[in-house]
Design a protein. Sequence first.
Length: 290
Amino acid sequence: MPIVHNQIDLQRYNLDEYVIVSIFDSTRNIIISQTGSFPFLFAISRSGVTPVNRFISDVKTRYGRQRFGIPSRNQIVLYFERIQENNLHFKSDEPNHYVFNMSTQQVAPHQPPAAVRVRNNNNHNTNRPTIENARYRGNAIGNAQNLFIRNILSNLGNESFSRSDWQETLEYFDHKCAYCGEPKTLIMEHAIPINKTEMGEHKLGNLVPSCKDCNSSKHHANFEDFLSNDLAKLNKIKEFMMSRNYKPIKEHVNCDPIQEILDFAHREVGALAERYIMTLNRFNNSARAE
């Protein structure tokens, strides 16, 4: 795949024909860079024989992990959007934008500026940032991507458990919330969230009772981060996991390939949805033109 060597080289690529990507290390807050001030950018043909997602996976392995030593879970793929003065603007698979300053070689999150003025319910004009094709209470593609990842992680391995097993879990925690210790109304909660970052699973050892308040406060956090100041409750959940023979994916010797597969699946669902949207839009536009 072509490597973009400098700013002049970058301007030769038509973004309608190429996807230009780089890798951001979320832990060290750096973008992988060549000698000097220009980052490693890779130009991938949209019409090539090899799918774009496969090229991106190769970049993450060969450059992100092998060359720069960045674990897959810490890699964020950045997609080049434009050059503005001395800055390179990128977007990511998540709803975030980043700016790379070629002078300082620093990367910073960026909020796109408001593009239009809209009216609120009081008929006053107000500035708001706009997102292309944004729809109030719409169903974002990211929802389908995240649900697909949850479905995969919820069905890994070969484990069966029943309502009686859940009752034993409640007894283990004395019918109290595993996080606050209060005997409130309890719901089933994943100590390690089921998402592509934390890689929790729907297995008995990862299910703990939680009150609704703690469930809402914890949200997508890992139980270890949520209970970082309560060693007793933290250890009790770890002991429970061990008693149910549950070993989190991240504790495996090498979880990077699993992370890469989940990242690929996440992107593939997004690309599939976009492809069908484009196909249906062409059909609708053609039908209206007749």
